[in-house]
Ligand binder design. Structure first.
Ligand code: HEM
Length: 227
């Protein structure tokens, strides 16, 4: 039987800027060494363990493969341009820190500080964190001048995947995520002990819906700020 226990990556194992792909490798749903990975493997692993719809998986996996220009990639290939963007939730900007491959616990605490009174992160939390991270990068990173339109969709796509894939219950899908689940996943790239994947398959429509709604909240918050 396949072993899906968590194992931290060893010194020769490669990891990506994506908490989900890293967690899947840490649990053996993707090769644990992070090497020779195909689009098919990413689509199958995100479907099996996160119930991500195969159309969404196809879009993400082939998007990455196409930009990298290889049939088999390593997880580390995903750190390269043009896929990588500044103002990530879990890692410092490439231009600012030699350790950009490492998770920054301070950044994760900063996201968690946006939780609501019931210890959940919602679309509002991610929208506020978007503004905070963007302003930080604009201030500290002289090479960052804001995200392009497509990068902005990519970033809200990452928030949407989090809110859709990590909630476990169909009622909460796209609505809220418990801070402890988020911390385990973002900081330790590990699935919780009694992990239950989403009851409902995450369709492309659902993925796009949460992108649109979170982006709208961010735009409204900016309008309020400028008044
Ligand atoms: C085939 C599937 C996937 C591919 C190819 C992929 C690829 C990537 C890449 C390249 C990044 C880095 C962008 C950057 O910061 O520069 C990223 C970030 C991210 N991905 Fe994935 N991803 C996939 C699936 C998922 C799934 C299923 C989730 C669900 C939780 C997810 C959650 C995230 C999050 C939250 C980030 C942002 C991390 C941060 O800002 O620090 N991804 N992904």
């Amino acid at each position: 039987m396949e072993n899906h226990d968590y194992q931290a990556p060893g010194p020769n194992d490669l990891r990506s800027p994506c908490p989900a792909l890293n967690a899947l490798a840490n649990h053996g749903y993707l090769p644990r060494d992070g090497k020779n990975i195909t689009a098919g493997q990413m689509i199958a692993a995100t479907h099996k363990q996160l119930n991500l719809g195969k159309t969404v998986g196809y879009f993400l996996a082939y998007g990455a493969i196409f930009k990298i220009g290889k049939i088999k990639i390593t997880l580390d290939d995903l750190h390269t341009n043009p896929i990588n963007h500044s103002m990530s939730l879990t890692r410092t900007d490439v231009e600012l820190n030699e350790d950009f491959r490492k998770v920054s616990p301070a950044l994760i605490d900063s996201l968690i500080s946006e939780k609501d009174d019931t210890n959940k992160l919602t679309k509002y939390s991610f929208a506020r964190q978007f503004i905070k991270r963007r302003d930080q990068s604009l201030k500290d990173n002289p090479e960052f001048h804001g995200l392009s339109r497509s990068q902005k969709i990519q970033v809200f796509g990452e928030y949407s995947l989090t809110l859709n894939c990590l909630t476990g219950s169909a009622n909460e899908m796209g609505v809220e995520i418990d801070v402890n689940t988020l911390k385990g996943f973002y900081q330790f790239e590990r699935f919780p002990e009694n992990w239950k994947k989403s009851e409902k398959t995450i369709s492309f429509r659902q993925f796009a819906k949460i992108i649109k709604e979170t982006k709208k909240i961010q735009e409204n918050l900016e309008k309020l700020k400028s008044k």
